[in-house]
Write a protein that binds this ligand. Structure first.
Ligand SMILES: [Zn+2]
Length: 148
């Protein structure tokens, strides 16, 4: 597989979207466990930001737990997920700034937009050291009727 795609099983895409809808209108967050470009597990994480409708901060304890689980299972956290409840599924300036500050640049950034509640949109990106955004293809199993 090329470096410009990520494989997320449809079952996991469903879990991510369900988690997003449950927290709406607040932003949701979580991490994706896997190896290489293949996601094997979604860890929903509590958003502890004081303005959760526009920002997210992952609960550090839950994030550590997800790290431990993926270590134990011989995998890594390969993706960072959050939802946009009233903007499109693109990375915001804040998202890029946070990525550069935190140094999480190996990871895929997965975003779900809930602007159209009945038609959530999921997209994925990589962020370079210089803050350049590249969209990556989200690949999944089964019929390809989920909107990207
Ligand atoms: Zn964002």
């Amino acid at each position: 597989m090329e470096n410009n795609s990520i494989f997320i099983p449809k079952k996991i895409i469903g879990e991510i979207i369900l988690h997003s809808l449950r927290n709406d209108p607040n932003e949701s967050c979580g991490v994706l466990q896997g190896s290489g470009q293949i996601v094997s597990k979604f860890h929903p994480i509590r958003n502890i930001h004081e303005a959760p409708q526009n920002r997210y901060t992952m609960d550090p304890g839950e994030q550590r737990k997800a790290d431990d689980v993926s270590d134990d299972e011989g995998e890594k956290i390969i993706g960072i997920f959050h939802s946009h409840t009233h903007t499109q599924a693109y990375l915001s300036e804040t998202d890029v700034k946070n990525a550069l500050t935190s140094g999480y640049l190996e990871e895929y950034y997965v975003i779900v937009s809930l602007v159209e509640k009945t038609r959530p949109v999921l997209r994925a990106y990589k962020i370079s050291k210089t803050g350049e955004i590249t969209e990556v293809i989200v690949d999944f199993d089964g019929p390809k009727y989920i909107s990207r």
